[in-house]
Design a binder for this molecule. Sequence first.
Ligand SMILES: C[S@@+](CC[C@H](N)C(=O)[O-])C[C@H]1O[C@@H](n2cnc3c(N)ncnc32)[C@H](O)[C@@H]1O
Length: 246
Amino acid sequence: MTPLERLAGLLADGRVPRDSGGYLDLLPPETGRPATLAQAAMQNPVVAAIYERWWRPVGTAVLGLNGLGMDRERGAARETLGLDGEQLVLDVACGPGNFTRGYGEALRGKGFAVGLDVSPPMLARAVRDNGGDRVAYLRADARDLPFADGAFDAVSCFAALYLVPEPFRVIDELVRVLAPGGRLAVLTSARSGVGLLRLPENLLGAATGLRMFDRDEVTDVFDRLGLIEVRQRITGFAQFVSARKP
Ligand SMILES: C[S@@+](CC[C@H](N)C(=O)[O-])C[C@H]1O[C@@H](n2cnc3c(N)ncnc32)[C@H](O)[C@@H]1O
């Protein structure tokens, strides 16, 4: 079975995707004008082309993650999600697949990783640069994940909750498709917590459409959704939060 056939078999409700040149597509060709500058950038082929090498390193430096580096981030993600076997893994808002491919490489046997994103240019890059025998890509909306409840052993969503229109609906979906015992990891923004810095944070958010989360906003939602082992690490303006579904 090819990776795309494997992915098609995971789709819920008999949804029938199109093959868009290496990834499966469940959305109409045009999803409307991006509402914010940040969303527009993610639909731009030039940004998709430079994302992994240039755009993300600059973005992580701005968030205060400078020096961490993609390799260390990839290793930390694999470790946090406990990837070492035959797990099914979902990478939501995968961009050009910069984490998804690493997940596929960490898996064995029937292990398989799905990268999901709305942006055609990002997915075209993912297919081109970050494919693999245990990896496949899907165009779908994170607010309406096309998978059954509990379909995945591990789920990640990195560097995206701050630009999607309804981040808490996305978190609900991440938790819904996670199997009991499965692990979830997200990377998103975190306010500095200092009163005076709220003004530049708010201005930056208003100009770009990026949302700054209060420090407890994401962990509170994880607690409310019944997740356990909730761990948060704040570095600069970024937070990495992981948890397990009981
Ligand atoms: C900054 S990139 C993150 C890529 C990768 N996860 C990383 O950490 O480098 C954010 C991605 O979120 C995607 N995205 C935005 N809104 C989305 C939605 N509603 N559903 C799925 N993906 C979305 C964008 O297309 C973009 O590729």
